[in-house]
Design a protein around this ligand. Structure first.
Ligand SMILES: NC(=O)c1ccc[n+]([C@@H]2O[C@H](COP(=O)([O-])OP(=O)(O)OC[C@H]3O[C@@H](n4cnc5c(N)ncnc54)[C@H](OP(=O)(O)O)[C@@H]3O)[C@@H](O)[C@H]2O)c1
Length: 172
C-alpha cells in the first residue's frame, strides 16, 4: 500500500473516491480541478449533514445543486463522471475487517457504464450489495437517508444500514 497527496493520488486511478466532510467538499474539488481528468469516475460519498455547520447530524442541509453529489458533478472538470455511493455505509464498519457486513449500497449516476464500474468495485467487498438507484438526482434522496439512519442508531444504540427487500437475486 502506498500513500500520496490528494492532488497526486487523484491522478492515479480511473476511479477516485472523495470522502471528506461536506464543509471541505467544495474546497477539495477546487484543489483537484487540475488533477482530475476526462474519463475518470469520481465516487462521491459526501453527506451534507447539518453537523458541518455546527448543527445536528440528524439533519440534512440543503444544497443548491440538489445534493452534495450534484455539487461535485458541477465542480468536477469536464468529462469526469460523478457517481454517488456509500453514503449509508458506516466508515467504522467498513474499516473493521472483523465485522461482517450485510447491507445494500445505493449507487446513483447519469452514466450507466460509470455506475456499473463502481458497482463492480463495491461488490468486491464481502457483504455489500450495490443497487442501481437511478440518476444522479437520486443522490438527494440517498444522502437524506444518512441523517435518518444516524437518528435511528442513536435511538436504538444500533448500527443499522440499508437493506432492501423484494429485489431480484440477479441485479443489473
Ligand atoms: N463516517 C461515516 O460513517 C460515513 C458514512 C457515509 C458517508 N460519510 C461521508 O463521508 C465523508 C467523510 O466522513 P468521515 O466521517 O470519514 O469524516 P472525517 O473522519 O472527519 O474525515 C475524513 C477524511 O477527510 C479528510 N479531510 C478533512 N478535511 C479535509 C480537507 N480540508 N482537505 C482534505 N482532506 C480533508 C480527513 O483527513 P485528515 O485525517 O488528514 O484530517 C479524513 O481523512 C463525509 O462527507 C460523510 O458525510 C461518512
Amino acid at each position: 500500500m502506498t500513500g500520496a497527496e490528494n492532488t497526486e493520488a487523484a491522478t492515479r486511478g480511473l476511479i477516485v473516491f472523495l470522502t471528506v466532510p461536506f464543509r471541505n467538499q467544495s474546497e477539495n474539488l477546487t484543489n483537484l480541478k487540475g488533477a482530475l481528468s476526462a474519463g475518470q469516475v469520481l465516487v462521491d460519498a459526501t453527506v451534507p449533514l447539518a453537523a458541518a455547520v455546527s448543527g445536528k447530524a440528524t439533519r440534512l442541509l440543503g444544497v443548491p445543486q440538489g445534493s452534495a453529489a450534484q455539487q461535485a458533478q458541477e465542480m468536477a472538470p469536464d468529462g469526469v463522471t460523478v457517481v454517488s455511493a456509500l453514503d449509508t455505509v458506516s466508515a467504522t464498519a467498513l474499516g473493521d475487517l472483523e465485522q461482517r457486513l450485510d447491507e445494500d449500497v445505493l449507487v446513483a449516476g447519469d452514466v450507466e457504464d460509470a455506475k456499473r464500474r463502481v458497482a463492480e468495485l463495491i461488490a468486491l467487498v464481502e457483504g455489500l450489495r450495490p443497487v442501481d438507484a437511478g440518476r444522479l438526482e437520486a443522490a438527494h434522496l440517498i444522502e437524506g437517508l444518512t441523517p435518518l439512519l444516524i437518528s435511528i442508531n442513536i435511538r436504538h444504540k444500533s448500527h443499522a444500514g440499508v437493506k432492501l427487500t423484494g429485489l431480484p437475486d440477479e441485479l443489473r
